[in-house]
Structures are given as C-alpha cells and as structure tokens.
Ligand binder design. Structure first.
Ligand SMILES: NC(=O)c1ccc[n+]([C@@H]2O[C@H](COP(=O)([O-])OP(=O)(O)OC[C@H]3O[C@@H](n4cnc5c(N)ncnc54)[C@H](OP(=O)(O)O)[C@@H]3O)[C@@H](O)[C@H]2O)c1
Length: 326
C-alpha cells in the first residue's frame, strides 16, 4: 500500500464546468487568458481546489477543461502553489464498465492535466439505471488509489444510503473516501435537509462539496422577472424557478445589504456556514473576486435561520440531478 501526502482542502474551491462546455455555458477559446487570470486570483487568495471532469468539453472541445486547468497550473507563479488540488470526475459512460477502464480514464485525465490527478471522483452512480455497471467502476476507482495514481478518492451525486454501501466496500480495501459532492445551495437544500447527507458525511469523516452553490447564477441577484435571461437551458430553467424564488432572493438581498456584502457572497458564505466546501464557477476575474469575498467572515445564527426559513418556503427549487441517488 502506498503512503499519501495529505490532501489540503480549502473552505472554498472553484468549479470549471463553465470552462469546458461551450453549448451549456457559452465558453469560447477567446476566454482562455481571462480564465488563467481567474485561476491565478483564486490560488493567490487561497482558493486552491479546482473541480473539473473528463466529460467537461464535448466535440471539438473534448477534454478542454482538464487541458486548460493543466496549462493554468503550469503557468501559475505565486503563493499557495503547493496547496493546489485538482479534482476531476470520471464519467460513468455506458462504454466504461471495467475496473481497468477507470484506471485508464484517470491516466488520460492525468495526461491532459500534465500531472497526476489529486482527487479522483466517480461523477455519478449508475445505481438508478444500470446497477450492474457500477461494480467495475467502483473497483476501478479503488484501484486508482491503491496504485498511487491519486491522493484521494471522492464520489459525486451520491446520497447517504449508497454512500454508506460504497464506504463499507472501500473500507474493506483500506481505501478512504475523502469527499462527496452534490448540488447544494439555498435553492437546492434537498441532499442535506431531506437526505441528511451532511450528518452521514460527518459520521464517516467525509467532506461535503457543494456544487452549483449559486444555483447556476440565479442567487447572484442579476436575474429578475421581466428582465433578461441567459440563453438556452439555463434561461428556460430560470423562467420557471424565479417567480417562486422571489421571497428567498429578497431575504438574501436584505442580509447582503445589512452586511455590506453581495448576494453571491452571502449565498456562498451560507454554504460554508453549513460545513460544506462550495465550488462556485467563475467566468471572469470580477466574478472570482466577488466570490472570494465570501471568505473571511461568517453569517450569524439569526441570519442563517432567516435564510433557511426563506429557502424552505421557496415554491420552486432547482431541479435535482437525474443521477442523484438516495
Ligand atoms: N458533480 C456534478 O454533477 C456537477 C454538476 C454541475 C456542476 N458541478 C461543478 O460545480 C461547479 C459550479 O457549478 P455551476 O457552474 O453549475 O453553478 P454555479 O457555481 O452555481 O454558477 C456559476 C455561474 O454563475 C455565474 N456567476 C458566478 N459568479 C458570479 C458572480 N459573482 N456574479 C454574477 N454571476 C456569477 C456565472 O455564469 P454567467 O456569467 O453566465 O451568469 C457562472 O458560470 C461546476 O463548474 C462544476 O465543477 C458538478
């Protein structure tokens, strides 16, 4: 068995889905310089966890997000370099089902990054639709750790029941699970309030990563009923959710004003106060700077309770990931 350098996980990370997916998020290659600047700003401010996936970037942009992260990492000069943690997620593609295919996938990610992956995560569970497939994938995930290819292993879109089963299986091989990531925000409280995933993570010593902590941008306050909406799927989704989220957004704005913070900062800080590691996606230096302003202070109990109440009473919530298990 290998000995591993401990993974250092900060209070907040940065998601890079937007850096790889042209169709969903309007990424184009002219953004690369600005994304390097986002990376530099994050790392120099102690935001050293970067989350990506081998499926981020399709068609001509295949593997683009991992390649970009590798390039940014190589070019970064400055403080906190030693703490950079690059986390990727390996997709449960239908054609990927042997344990060896997972090891190969991790090696391909490392090749695109130009360095070893720090934290490798199973992107989603196939338990809901092809349970037979998952065994090989999970065995392969544990193989990756045993072979010393990564410092840590994580899961994504897993609920507490399935997590406990995988944790037990991995424990028999001496493979610890470092993280679980789920969609968690003021508009997606389901994994914690209904599934009680945070309690189970605490019990098992696993860190909970909150993805889409800004509800894809809805919690930033820049969208309003009758105003402009982003193009594509996000626009459709926002049109449906926004009317039912008005009181939550009003509460967020009130807390933000009284704190002299922005709504994005309050939404991200709320995730941190809940003991999770949020990974907001940032496309510009301005967004990254604003999001970094969520660090270094804490909402008080009264503010958290107000936000919890407003979140619970929102008529519409974010749609849960179809792969999220119980
Ligand atoms: N495990 C999974 O299945 C899964 C699924 C989804 C995401 N993730 C991970 O989570 C990361 C983040 O999630 P996400 O990108 O889906 O959602 P998010 O972090 O909730 O929203 C990010 C989007 O909000 C806007 N934004 C960010 N900061 C802003 C600011 N300060 N002011 C105004 N607008 C701001 C940007 O879009 P605009 O500028 O276009 O408005 C940005 O792309 C992803 O990159 C990915 O790594 C994982």
């Amino acid at each position: 068995m290998q000995t591993f350098q401990k993974l250092s996980l900060p209070n907040m990370g940065c998601g890079t889905w937007a850096w790889g997916n042209q169709l969903l998020w309007g990424y184009d290659e002219s953004m690369d310089d600005q994304l390097q600047a986002v990376f530099n700003l994050c790392v120099s401010n102690g935001v050293t966890l970067f989350d990506t996936g081998d499926s981020y970037g399709t068609g001509r942009l295949n593997g683009r997000s991992e390649r970009l992260l590798g390039q940014f990492n190589r070019e970064y000069v400055g403080s906190n370099r030693e703490n950079i943690c690059i986390a990727t997620k390996l997709a449960a593609y239908p054609w990927r089902w042997t344990r060896q295919s997972m090891v190969k996938a991790c090696q391909s990610s490392a090749q695109r990054l130009g360095k070893n992956v720090d934290l490798v995560q199973m992107h989603w569970s196939t338990a809901n639709y092809a349970p037979w497939q998952e065994r090989g994938l999970l065995d392969g995930l544990a193989d990756i750790y045993e072979q010393g290819l990564v410092k840590g292993v994580g899961l994504s879109n897993y609920g507490p029941k399935r997590l406990k089963q995988v944790q037990k299986k991995f424990a028999q091989r001496g493979v610890p699970i470092t993280t679980v990531q789920v969609q968690y925000s003021l508009l997606s409280t389901y994994p914690v309030t209904q599934l009680q995933l945070k309690d189970v993570c605490d019990e098992l010593g696993i860190k909970l990563i909150a993805y889409s902590p800004l509800a894809l941008g809805l919690l930033t306050g820049k969208y309003s009923v009758g105003g402009f909406f982003p193009k594509g799927i996000r626009g459709l989704l926002f049109r449906q959710i926004l009317p039912g989220a008005r009181s939550l957004l009003a509460c967020l704005q009130e807390v933000a004003l009284s704190r002299n913070k922005t709504m994005s900062q309050v939404a991200i800080n709320w995730c941190i106060c809940k003991g999770t590691i949020p990974i907001p996606g940032a496309k510009t230096v301005e967004q990254a700077r604003e999001n970094i302003g969520a660090l270094g202070w804490e909402l008080d109990c009264g503010e958290i309770a107000e936000l919890d109440k407003a979140a619970a009473s929102a008529d519409k919530k974010m749609v849960q990931n179809i792969f999220q298990t119980k």
